[in-house]
Every structure is written in C-alpha cells, then in structure tokens.
Design a protein around this ligand. Structure first.
Ligand code: HEC
Length: 293
C-alpha cells in the first residue's frame, strides 16, 4: 500500500467535497429560511398547508406528477404599469387628444408608439392600463402629467417574463416551499407550471374531473388519466354528494357513479393550496385592478 495515503486523501476529498456542496452549502444558504413578510401587510408568507394538502403532496409525489409539471415560475424583470382610474371631468376623446399632445415630450419619446396604439383601441372603459414600461422614470413622468391634468391614475409594479401572467403573477422564491418535503420543483414542462395553480384553477370539481379524464376539459390532452384515484360504484339509495358530474361519453354505466378516493381529495387539496400570489420583498408586484377581470 505505497499509495495508501493518496487513495485515502482522494476519498476524503471526493466524499468531503460532495458533502460540503450538497449538504453544508444548501444548509448555510437556506437552513435558517423562515416565513417572509408580505409587502404592505403584517401577514407572513407562506402559511403551513392544511393536513389534507400536506398528504396530497405525497400523492403528487407518488404519482410522478413532477415528471411533467414544474412548480417554479420564472421572471425576467419588472415593469411599471400606469393604469387610468378616473377621468374626472375629462371626456375620453379630449383625453386622447391630451395624451397625443404629450407625444412631443422628450421623456415620453420612447413610448409614444405604444401609447398611440393603446389609445387607438380604447373606447373609454375604466380602469384601463395605458402604459407598460421597464423604465420607472417614464412611468413617473406620465403619471405626473396625468395628475397635473386632473386625471386619476395609479402606477403598479408588475413582473414580466414568458411565464407571466399565464402561469403566475410573480416568480417563485425559496420561501414558497418552506413547508414542503420533499419539494416538487420538477424540471420538465410537458404540462403547465403548477406553482400558482390554486389561484388559477380554484374549482375543486374541475380539478377532480380533470384528473379523472383530462381529455374532458382539454381535447387531445397529453396528460394520462388518473382513474385509479376514483371508485366506480353502484349508486345506493341516493347518489353520493361527492359523485363527479360527467358528460355522457365519460360517464359510467347507468346506475353507477364515479367517486373520488381519499387520495384524489388530498391531491386536489394540495393542488388548490399551490399559490405564488403574495407580493414579497424579493418578488415584488403591486396588485392590479385592471389586468384580471
Ligand atoms: C405525461 C405527462 C403528465 C403527467 C404525468 C401529469 N400531467 Fe398534468 N398535464 C399534462 C399536460 C400535457 C397538461 C395540459 C393539458 C391539460 O390541461 O390536460 C396537464 C395539465 C394539468 C393541469 C391543468 C393545468 C393548467 O394550467 O391548465 C393540472 C392541474 C395537472 N395537469 C395536474 C397534474 C397532476 C396532479 C398530476 C399527477 C397526478 C399530473 N398532472 C400528471 C401532462 C401531465
């Protein structure tokens, strides 16, 4: 064993290096993570999931949902959005003319094209977003002018990026996963990102139907059916209140009903608990009045 020490040293470096990298470094970075404060509020984020939803995480894990779904919304940056709240005495037509008169201002030069396009399609409905820009100074200049003209507007900070707003309104941050074990980040997006699915699709019945027969809600869905999370059973003296309301081609034979098993209910409780919709210091946005109906 002339090389005994060298081998020993190599083993220590290899094992010790991985231990430092995979155990110590993450613990130092995130080990002391605690609830974050929600911006402009005294509430903390996130709240512990309910017991049912915590069990649902294990159903999610056991069924390999993370093979096709991620739980991490990405974001490129933030933009400032100027939203018109009230015109007061100004008429929409006069307002358009007023904004056009601002086009000569050097500070608005960059955005005159977008402004013109927005105004073109605008019929006077309020509130409406007239300007979205990544330059806060431009948004401030615009809102100063509006204020001077007696028009009421609000400037909001919104997240930008491909995932936004189709999958969420801000990026996912470490705090979102504080109570999850193991965290189901996922890395393949065969289906949509689910980090905010509880806010996007809050209807438990829709979720159950979709798990039972994905093609029922989305024709040609590539998602497999999770029928085994449901019981098909004979209707007793009265139909069960839990029974799924299915259209004819998905319904079981006459006299039978489809009832979610405990796992399906837990899974749906987990899905509905998935939210990334509180503004945090590290992922700020200000709630918008106009973007969502
Ligand atoms: C083989 C890949 C695959 C697997 C596994 C899978 N899904 Fe999906 N999922 C999809 C696809 C594709 C869609 C988009 C089409 C649709 O809505 O059916 C989708 C859509 C969804 C949606 C609707 C999301 C939205 O924003 O419209 C939810 C909720 C969902 N899946 C939950 C789950 C759960 C829970 C599991 C595990 C029990 C799971 N999925 C397993 C592929 C998959």
């Amino acid at each position: 064993m002339r090389n005994g020490f060298a081998v020993f040293f190599a083993v220590v470096v290899a094992l010790g290096g991985s231990w430092l990298g995979f155990v110590v470094a993450p613990t130092v970075q995130l080990g002391k993570a605690k609830q974050a404060l929600i911006l402009n509020s005294t509430d903390t984020w996130p709240q512990q999931r309910t017991g049912e939803a915590t069990l649902g995480l294990q159903v999610y894990r056991a069924n390999g949902c993370a093979a096709c779904h991620t739980e991490q919304i990405r974001q490129d940056g933030v933009a400032a959005e100027v939203t018109l709240i009230a015109l007061n005495k100004t008429k929409p037509e006069d307002f358009k003319a007023f904004v056009q008169s601002l086009f000569i201002l050097p500070e608005l030069a960059k955005v005159t094209n977008t402004l013109a396009a927005t105004l073109n399609g605008w019929k006077g409905d309020l509130p409406t977003t007239i300007l979205v820009t990544d330059d806060k100074a431009v948004a401030d200049a615009m809102s100063d002018r509006l204020k001077a003209a007696g028009v009421k507007s609000e400037t909001h900070i919104v997240a930008t990026g491909e995932d936004i707003p189709r999958w969420g309104i801000r990026r996912s941050v470490a705090a979102d996963f504080l109570y999850d074990f193991p965290v189901q980040l996922g890395n393949l997006r065969v289906g949509p990102d689910l980090a905010d699915v509880g806010a996007r699709l809050p209807d438990a019945n829709w979720q159950l139907q979709h798990l039972y027969a994905p093609t029922l809600s989305v024709t040609n869905s590539a998602m497999p059916s999770f029928k085994f999370l449901f019981d098909v059973r004979k209707i007793g003296s009265a139909p069960s209140p839990d029974a799924l309301n299915l259209p004819k081609q998905f319904a079981p034979a006459d006299g039978y009903e489809v009832v979610p098993k405990l796992e399906a209910k837990e899974l749906v409780a987990y899905l509905l608990s998935l939210r990334a919709d509180a503004p945090l210091y590290e992922a700020p946005f200000s709630p918008i009045t106009s973007a969502k109906p």
